[in-house]
Design a protein around this ligand. Structure first.
Ligand code: NAD
Length: 238
């Protein structure tokens, strides 16, 4: 068992499962389809080169969708944990694989988006990121350089995730690593639990069902994120 009073530095990894009850589909539905699309048709640089209209339309739809949903009890519980620990000068970092903005809308501040953000556009001409809420299918100009070369600022399969040096530094310093709502199928995030264990952190999985790497965790609680995450946060905060 993980002794709560010994914990001083928490790293939390979140995945699509934490946003599922807000109404955003997870990645790996039955049959390996993501909203009726094969992942390789919408989430790779090759797919974008082959059929940019399909990819832009798909992300326009996702971008519109996330603006219609709201954070759930799991996002709010993590934001509360972040705020309380920050006020006590304790270390905590939320690393999310999600490209929605539900953690920040719930109030979380110490947060890194390792797979980018739906609400940002990346200009392929000037490489500047801009806030973006509208569509891209109509090839709008980059607000900075004017080139009609915007793409979603999301990390596709085969691309390098963001913030990796900062993430590995946080994992090296963690004494508790918590994985929430992620299938353990997408690397490098799926390997973080082993890195955390390797340097002596305790590890906890909160998920609907055991993930692919469930045997790497010291402790696990299974159930919907809106139940298991607030319960765990309440325990930590005493
Ligand atoms: P995944 O879809 O591969 O796995 C989702 C995990 O969440 C599964 O283990 C499932 O058991 C669990 N889950 C489902 N409903 C849950 C619930 N109510 N409570 C708790 N757990 C629940 O997702 P992943 O591991 O995050 O990897 C997929 C990739 O897809 C990520 O890289 C991410 O960028 C992208 N993605 C993001 C979003 C988002 O931003 N909300 C949504 C879909 C996919």
């Amino acid at each position: 068992m993980i002794r709560v009073k010994d914990v001083k530095n928490i790293v939390i990894l979140t995945g699509a499962g934490i946003s599922a009850e807000s109404g955003i589909d997870t990645f790996r539905s039955e049959g390996g389809l993501w909203e009726q699309h094969r992942i390789e048709d919408v989430a790779t640089p090759e797919a974008f080169a082959r059929n940019p209209d399909l990819v832009l339309r798909f992300y326009d739809m996702r971008r519109e969708r996330i603006q219609q949903v709201i954070p759930n009890a799991a996002h709010f519980a993590l934001a509360e944990l972040d705020a309380r620990w920050r006020s006590e000068g304790r270390h905590l970092l939320i690393i999310t694989q999600n490209v929605d903005d539900l953690h920040e809308r719930a109030g979380a501040q110490r947060l890194l988006h390792m797979h980018g953000e739906h609400l940002k556009a990346l200009c392929q001409a000037c490489e500047v990121r801009s806030d973006w809420r509208g569509t891209m299918i109509d090839r709008p100009p980059c607000p900075v350089c004017g080139a009609r070369a915007l793409r979603p600022d999301v990390v596709w399969f085969g691309e390098m995730p963001y913030h990796m040096p900062e993430i590995y530094a946080a994992i090296r310093a963690a004494d508790l690593f918590v994985s929430i709502g992620t299938s353990g199928a997408v690397y490098p995030a799926a390997g973080f639990v082993r890195d955390a264990r390797g340097q002596g952190a305790k590890t906890l999985e909160l998920n609907l069902e055991p993930s692919q790497g469930s045997h790497w965790f010291d402790d696990a609680r299974y159930g919907p994120a809106t139940e298991v995450v607030p319960e765990w946060v309440e325990e930590i905060l005493g």
